[in-house]
Design a protein around this ligand. Structure first.
Ligand code: PGA
Length: 251
């Protein structure tokens, strides 16, 4: 048994309505209540306007709540942004930062991701810092270097092993139905753990999640890998049954 408890996160992205979100959360709460001995933590990250509705459904249950992004500042004139303390007040314990869709569509740099992670930690949230190479970078043999740079540059100083989570999400695997091979995933996760030791006193307890087209059919092989401490799931997290099948694939 690994010293790291598995974390299965659902990144709902910009999907859902209040009705759908509450039904999905209820479905997960019901399944969790049947598995009080679960060996994993279950986290859901709804879009910001739905967080409060979901928070009511999962209150007093083991299901964890997370945001999908936060601003580096705690408040201010930032139209459209969400502050980390707001997520905390709504009941979140985690927040995703530096997702590749934000790095690409909103030109987020490692420095900005680091500032967001710092703001999350200041608000008592655990940042899930996303890293991952593009297909071109992998084809050029640059994947390891790109990911190492993202890890080193996105982690705030003063972070402890329990205060952050890393999600390795190869960009070419997100939403494409293509999953990295278990061998490639293990190699990259071990590499990330060794890079982490340059920034943290110890990386043994840092949870490193894999993300990118994780499905019930691929989950078991991925979650059995020694350095894979959970999954960040997009599309398949929108169906309670599929998300639960992934979570219960944990060894
Ligand atoms: P996907 O998304 O599972 O739909 O590929 C994963 C993610 O972007 O976190």
């Amino acid at each position: 048994m690994s010293i790291r408890r598995k974390l299965i996160g659902g990144n709902w992205k910009m999907n859902g309505s209040r009705t759908m979100a509450e039904a999905l959360a209820k479905g997960l709460v019901a399944r969790c209540s049947e598995r009080p001995d679960a060996t994993f933590d279950l986290l859901i990250c709804p879009p910001a306007p739905l967080i409060w509705s979901v928070a009511h459904v999962i209150a007093e249950t083991p299901v964890l709540l997370g945001g999908q992004d936060c601003h580096p500042e705690a408040s201010g004139a930032h139209t459209g942004d969400t502050a980390a303390p707001m997520l905390r007040e709504a009941g979140c314990s985690h927040v995703i930062v530096g997702h590749s869709e934000r790095r690409q569509n909103h030109s987020e740099t490692n420095l900005l991701v680091q500032a967001k992670a710092k703001a999350a930690m200041a608000a008592d949230l655990v940042p899930i810092i996303c890293v991952g190479e593009t297909e071109t970078e992998r084809d050029r043999g640059e994947a390891s270097a790109v990911v190492a740079d993202q890890v080193e540059s996105s982690i705030p100083s003063g972070a402890g092993p329990e205060s952050l989570v890393i999600a390795y999400e190869p960009v070419w695997a997100i939403g494409t139905g293509r999953t990295a091979s278990p061998a490639d995933v293990q190699e990259m996760h071990a590499h990330i753990r060794s890079v982490l030791t340059t920034r943290l006193a110890s990386a043994d307890t840092v949870r490193i999640l894999y993300g990118g087209s994780v499905k019930p059919s691929s989950a078991q092989a991925l979650l059995a890998l020694p350095d894979v401490d959970g999954a960040l799931v997009g599309g398949a997290s929108l169906k309670a049954e599929d998300f639960w099948l992934i979570a219960t694939s944990c060894p």
